[in-house]
Write a protein that binds this ligand. Structure first.
Ligand SMILES: *Cc1c(COP(=O)(O)O)cnc(C)c1O
Length: 222
């Protein structure tokens, strides 16, 4: 794809989004040059799914980029991203939370996190089971994690053409966010949902942040 089209696609998406909705450009599997083009067009929030790739791209790109970890994060990779990551959107287990806490405390940093919650029909989708998440929080987990700043929730809708199903998933995620909010504080303000195929529905359902890859950068080559 021509780099110039990254600029125009970004502009087209931004023009569609309400100004208060944050756009995370999902750049996984795309080369640093593609991110640079988006950066030149004013984009600052980038989403990556693999720690090594995020670390490598960070070294090649400007310092004021906000890096969002959006893929499953293994505990043995936590150390690589905690020093600089803007937000870990894919907090999906107690074990991962403990690992982030240990590393963040060690280097004296507070790390923003989103609780990734499973709402889709497919078994393949990652994230907390909501009941399990509530049980963990009821046990007082958050108080043991002073170096994590809980900012909200993240999730993915079922991969389907059925808009009613997608809407149901997004509204459920929003409901979870509203139910969880009193446990945290005013900082718990983020509802990250919506990808290339479904972000207009997500925005209509109250998303505060959307994660868009293919529509900006084209198809990924794995
Ligand atoms: C890859 C990915 C996206 C972006 O998907 P596109 O369909 O390319 O927009 C969004 N969120 C998560 C968690 C992803 O892994």
């Amino acid at each position: 794809m021509q780099n110039s089209s990254i600029t125009s696609r970004l502009a087209a998406i931004r023009a569609q989004l309400p100004p208060q909705v944050e756009l995370v450009a999902v750049s996984k599997f795309h080369p640093a040059e593609a991110l640079r083009e988006a950066y030149r067009a004013g984009q600052r929030h980038f989403g990556e799914s693999r720690p090594q790739e995020m670390v490598a791209k960070r070294a090649l790109l400007p310092d004021d980029i906000a890096w969002h970890m959006i893929g499953h994060l293994q505990t043995n990779k936590v150390r690589d991203v905690v020093p600089f990551v803007a937000v870990i959107e894919s907090l999906d287990s107690a074990r991962l939370a403990d690992a982030i806490q240990r590393e963040a405390a060690r280097i004296g940093r507070q790390v923003d996190v989103l609780l990734e919650i499973r709402v889709a029909d497919e078994e393949s989708k990652t994230g907390w089971d909501y009941a399990g998440l509530c049980a963990w929080l009821d046990g007082g987990a958050a108080a043991q994690l002073p170096n994590l700043r809980f900012r909200g929730v993240m999730g993915m809708a079922t991969n389907t053409d059925d808009e009613a199903v997608i809407r149901r998933d997004f509204l459920l995620l929003r409901q979870y966010k509203e139910e969880l909010a009193p446990r945290f504080g005013a900082d718990f303000d983020t509802l990250s949902m919506g990808m290339s195929g479904d972000y207009p529905i997500a925005v209509a359902c109250g998303a505060t942040s959307v994660r868009i890859g293919t529509t900006i950068f084209g198809e990924r080559e794995y």
